[in-house]
Design a protein around this ligand. Structure first.
Ligand SMILES: Cc1cc2nc3c(=O)[nH]c(=O)nc-3n(C[C@H](O)[C@H](O)[C@H](O)COP(=O)(O)OP(=O)(O)OC[C@H]3O[C@@H](n4cnc5c(N)ncnc54)[C@H](O)[C@@H]3O)c2cc1C
Length: 390
């Protein structure tokens, strides 16, 4: 490591020591997440202290330029920062799709005005963004979207509906794919617009799941507007922005799932408990070992991909969403198996509280659908990496 990076590592360590409260160096339950929003909520005083420290340092967006609220760090510095935050077990200061998905495409495709308008607000966690891509007739075949936008006097008038829009009922703005030309090839008639959800004629209906939760919504637009100045990239050229954003989404998902969702995972307890030599125990231990090796391989590949992406497109990146989300599902299978007979119990019998392990097990089934299903990822790999015909 260069002298500069060694010095930077020491600076990061001492900054974390003095700015990250100890309670923010513990695993984060879902109920204590801080979601970026115009109506931001902090579950504790320490969560706000940590958020303020990270935002004022620009370290929620370490590689963004300082003029847009970023930390202005180089790739290597940012990598060290992420490693040290992970080493100390620091919680993410905020959860923000603007940072992981929209921001990077604004940096790449946005005008100067758009960057100045949105990036600092995103970095400061002031906007809850939702993603308006999927429609009832457009999921895997996303280019099939039919929500239309017609330009009238500097404003797009939007009609149609989006579905599976995560957290739309809490969001402030939506980044949205709309059809601006119906007479050309599907991909060539799509635009990418930013839409303020705080306006009339938008009906947001949460979709209730079997679990009783409603993390998704269907969103109906009846003559809703988006400013022409809030279109990213030229009209009808939104497909390339969408594809790029999906790359960022898939990288985020690949990364996110390598983190633990609960304090102590049953598979680790089982692994460390010298579980005996019955054929069942030996088989489970072997599966856990294989999983840990694969997880490690995915983490190394992720670092390699990040380094390769510095010099342009890294084809390896196309494999990560598939590999990582499938492995996450496997991990929750192993967690359930490690608990034995009670593994799939949904509610704790004595306390009546919903069990985190079974909740995470069931939720992990969504990872290989959200952000593009595994089957579609395999199609992408076969076409773009292996050169097979579709
Ligand atoms: C937890 C979660 C959060 C989500 N959040 C959002 C969000 O915020 N915004 C948003 O816009 N969307 C969101 N989605 C929607 C998600 O992007 C779609 O569910 C996904 O793209 C699949 O589309 P679909 O559900 O229409 O399934 P379909 O496209 O109808 O696919 C059905 C099945 O057919 C298979 N299939 C389809 N085409 C092919 C093919 N060519 N080859 C092989 N198999 C194929 C699929 O793999 C799948 O198994 C979310 C989904 C989930 C599960």
């Amino acid at each position: 490591m260069s002298q500069h990076l060694t010095k930077f590592t020491k600076e990061v360590d001492s900054w974390i020591e003095s700015h990250c409260p100890h309670s923010m160096r513990t695993p984060m339950p879902v109920s204590e997440q801080v979601w970026a929003s115009s109506n931001i909520y902090f579950p504790s005083k320490d969560a706000k202290v940590w958020f303020d420290a990270m935002v004022s340092k620009g370290w929620c967006t370490p590689e963004w330029p300082k003029e847009f609220g970023g930390g202005g760090l180089t790739f290597d510095e940012s990598k060290i920062l992420k490693q040290r935050l992970k080493f100390y077990g620091c919680r993410p200061a905020q959860i923000n799709f603007g940072i992981s998905m929209l921001g990077p495409v604004l940096l790449e495709f946005g005008t100067d005005e758009q960057k100045h308008e949105f990036l600092p607000q995103i970095s400061r966690g002031e906007i809850w963004w939702c993603q308006g891509f999927s429609e009832p007739g457009a999921g895997s075949d996303l280019a099939n979207i039919s929500t239309t936008a017609t330009l009238k006097g500097g404003q797009y008038m939007i009609e149609g509906s989006k579905i599976w829009t995560s957290e739309a009922n809490k969001a402030d703005w939506m980044y949205c794919l709309v059809r601006t030309n119906k007479t050309v090839k599907k991909q060539a008639g799509i635009s990418f617009v930013l839409l303020d959800l705080n306006q009339p004629n938008i009906d947001i209906k949460p979709i209730q799941l079997l679990s009783g939760q409603s993390p998704f919504c269907q969103v109906f637009f009846d003559n809703v507007y988006a400013c022409e100045t809030h279109r990213i990239a030229p009209e009808n050229d939104g497909w390339k922005v969408a594809k790029r954003l999906l790359q960022f989404e898939r990288t985020m998902m690949a990364d996110m799932e390598s983190e633990g969702a609960i304090d102590v995972e049953p598979l680790k307890v089982f692994r460390d408990s010298k579980p005996g030599s019955s054929p069942g125990s030996k088989k489970l231990l072997a599966k856990i070992a294989t999983h840990e090796m694969r997880n490690h391989m995915i983490e190394i590949t992720m670092s390699r991909t990040a380094a390769e992406s510095q010099n342009g497109f890294s084809p390896t990146g196309l494999t990560l969403k598939y590999l990582s989300t499938e492995e996450t599902q496997n991990r929750w299978e192993l967690n359930v198996s490690s608990l034995g007979m009670g593994g799939l119990e949904i509610v704790d019998r004595s306390s009546g509280v919903r069990k985190e392990v079974s909740k995470s097990f069931f939720y992990s089934k969504a990872y290989t659908i959200a952000g593009g299903s595994s089957e579609v990822q395999l199609n992408i790999i076969s076409k773009n990496i292996l050169g097979l015909t579709s």
